[in-house]
Design a binder for this molecule. Sequence first.
Ligand code: ADP
Length: 300
Amino acid sequence: MKALIINDVHKKYHNGVHAVKGISLSIDELSFTAFLGKNGAGKSTLMHMMSTLTEITSGSIKMFDYDVTKDDEKIRSLIGIVFQHSMMDGILTVYDNLSIRGSMYGLSKESLHNRILEVSKTLDIEELLKREYGSLSGGQRRKVDIARALLHQPRILILDEPTTGLDPKSRQELWEYIHQLRVSSSMTILLTTHYLEEVMDADQVIVINEGLMIENASSHALREKYTRTKLYLSGNGPLEQSLIQDSIQYVVHQNRYVIPLSSPFESVEIVSKYQPLIQSFEVIQGTMDDVFFALTSEDQ
Ligand code: ADP
């Protein structure tokens, strides 16, 4: 089943910014989808539209059997959202914050209490429940924000740049929790990010640039399409002469000869052929960085 179907959606803000310029896509239920793009690409705007927080200028968004705009209340009950700016009150305890947020979902006092304990366990924040939200570290706050978004057991979890602004260790830790959530819960997860390593294991990667969707594929497929494995050879003049003689394409980068390969196995042939002339070699696989660069560089 499709969790989300977006059809030719546009957003023009009142100031004239055309932030989303006709995006269409669909997302499978229970999948993990990453929206990747530079700052200002239009990712948050798209998330806001699907979350009913900003009006759609034209086009349509369907979530399961419901339409954004027509069925907004139902849609809000289906989604849990973590935005870049927290909605928590800094001087209240974590428990009170969760309790106030949770009371908006019409749970009884007891079920809400049990649910707070349950989500706190999932995110390992039980120790923090009595602390003031404002006294927590960035990483701890993010975990509490996610716990808040999970209180009403949403079917879709939307994470808008959840790790932005965190130090590398907290990012890594939070990322592991998100990973666990994916495995342990039956939720469809949508994530926006500009950290490329966070999209490596997404089922679907949607690349947005200047309000347009410029790619929609698995991260594996994107790497296959946009990156090439490269062989780096160190050697001296005779090596270069041989490469030229044999018409092998190369560029020189930091005193090494860089040869693009169509498969990593090609390196075996090249290295054995020129072995006496090679001082050292390295085979480097393409990364999501290459994909992002290929897709969003200015000379596209
Ligand atoms: P991203 O999430 O990819 O960084 P955004 O969706 O936040 O991108 O922004 C897309 C464009 O829309 C930017 O040019 C931004 O300045 C503009 N924008 C975002 N929110 C508003 C708003 N509330 N009013 C006017 N322009 C906005």
